[in-house]
Design a protein around this ligand. Structure first.
Ligand code: NAP
Length: 397
């Protein structure tokens, strides 16, 4: 492991991948003359060793966060879009503190940590009303260095976790997953249907259900069933065939109702998810609950409102989560309760290739793709590259 870089040796410029506008991957431009940021009061400068990719990188790049039909934009909960160009994307950052700003203890230099990716609007710990994040409203980790708030760069010494694995435990997936569960009030003993199960958020949901004492049923593809069961899924329901979906879920649960659905898919599947919960209302002990945080299968769902209100389906829209939730997740990482699901690493200069790979992924893909700065590659990237013997192309539960 490379020694931490002392402040004095931080170079004036760095390599970074700049997003230069909304559009295709040609809008991503690799440069090695980007000014290295300097930490302000209360901030730390992190030497990035690994940054996990998320779906949001592509969606923000393509402007796929409309709140009105036909819009090409990224989200702007505070009023104005915060994604301006050029922007360095990459939210789930692992690395080491290499310099500190005014008011931050210099003893933090050298500390290995993981970023809580949120640009929180205020200091409140239990609510986050205008979700925004590093890599969107401020520069992120597809670079050699990034400046972040000291209190959001959490020390994670755990020697059993390599940096790329730590990035794979990043908050974009894990905090969203946790907030989906807390929003729906998922409790021990409940049965939870997890869609998009093999993805970053889905694999986090499966693990978090188990931590909470709930039983996760995964919606995925048959080729991934073994790996998902090894991760903690009670059973895997094939998402390929919508006909008879609710019945197949009931077969998997032995006839018991699904208490809550974690919907990352949307489109026509959402109606099937509601079906699974309202099949037999007399068998239920709680209201049907649907947490929605993604739309991998389509941004529009046609649903009869009568099905929602007559069956009293409670719907929770979820984006990111709170400071308290991030800190709980860090505690679970410290105690080894959360395991990384790292699929592969790519060099920062090969981010275009990683983007293409991420979008056209094969059916054996589980978990996270992690980007490593070229200068850090041999230590932090090479052991997990696609071609490397230790690379986990199927799963790493
Ligand atoms: N609201 C938030 O704060 C927040 C935060 C993070 C992510 N998200 C959103 O949540 C979703 C999942 O994110 P992620 O990072 O987990 O993505 P991911 O790693 O790309 O995983 C998405 C998974 O969804 C499934 N899927 C893909 N296309 C599908 C389709 N057409 N129909 C049904 N299932 C499909 C696949 O799993 P299987 O093959 O196992 O079915 C895939 O692995 C995305 O829409 C993302 O933008 C939202």
């Amino acid at each position: 492991m490379a020694n931490p870089t002392p402040h004095a040796t931080v170079p004036a410029t760095m390599s970074a991948m700049l997003l230069t506008g909304h559009g295709d991957i040609d809008r991503l431009v690799y440069r090695d003359d980007v000014p290295t940021p300097r930490p302000g009061p209360g901030e730390v400068l992190v030497g990035v060793t690994a940054t996990a990719k998320n779906n949001t990188d592509r969606k923000a790049r393509e402007g796929l966060y409309p709140v009105k039909k036909g819009e090409v934009t990224s989200f702007a909960m505070g009023g104005e879009p915060t994604l301006t160009f050029p922007r360095i994307q990459g939210a789930d950052i692992a690395g080491r503190v290499v310099a500190v700003g005014e008011g931050v203890d210099a003893a933090r230099i050298g500390e290995r940590g993981l970023l809580d990716f949120n640009l929180y609007p205020d200091a409140r710990r239990d609510i986050n009303l205008t979700p925004d994040y590093y890599g969107h409203g401020a520069d992120g980790g597809f670079a050699e260095y990034v400046v972040v708030p000291s209190d959001q760069f959490h020390h994670v010494p755990n020697p059993e976790l390599e940096d790329a694995e730590l990035a794979a435990l990043g908050m974009c997936s894990y905090q969203t997953a946790y907030h989906m569960l807390t929003s729906a009030g998922v409790a021990a003993g409940e049965r939870v249907l997890v869609s998009g199960a093999s993805g970053g958020v889905g694999t986090a949901l499966i693990q978090l259900c188990r931590i909470l004492g709930a039983t996760p049923y995964a919606v995925s593809q048959p080729e991934k069933a073994e790996a998902l069961e090894a991760l903690g899924a009670e059973a895997v329901i094939d998402r390929g065939e919508l006909e008879g979906f609710a019945q197949r879920v009931l077969e998997a649960t032995g006839g018991a109702p699904i208490d809550a659905v974690m919907d990352l898919v949307g489109g026509e599947m959402t109606d099937c998810f509601i079906d699974t919960m309202i099949q037999d209302m007399k068998a239920r002990t709680s209201y049907p609950r649907l947490s929605i945080a993604g739309a991998s299968g389509g941004n529009i769902s046609e649903i009869l409102w009568t099905r929602i209100y007559l069956y009293q389906v409670q719907i929770f829209g979820v984006s990111h989560g709170t400071r308290d939730e991030a800190e709980q997740l860090i505690a679970w990482i410290h105690s080894g309760k959360l395991k990384p699901v790292l699929h592969a690493t790519f060099r920062l200069s090969e981010l275009h290739q990683a983007e293409r790979y991420f979008v056209s992924r094969g059916s054996n893909f589980l978990g996270k793709v992690v980007i490593v700065p070229d200068r850090q590659w041999e230590v932090h990237g090479a052991p997990f590259a696609l071609a490397a013997p230790s690379s986990q192309q199927e799963s790493r539960p």
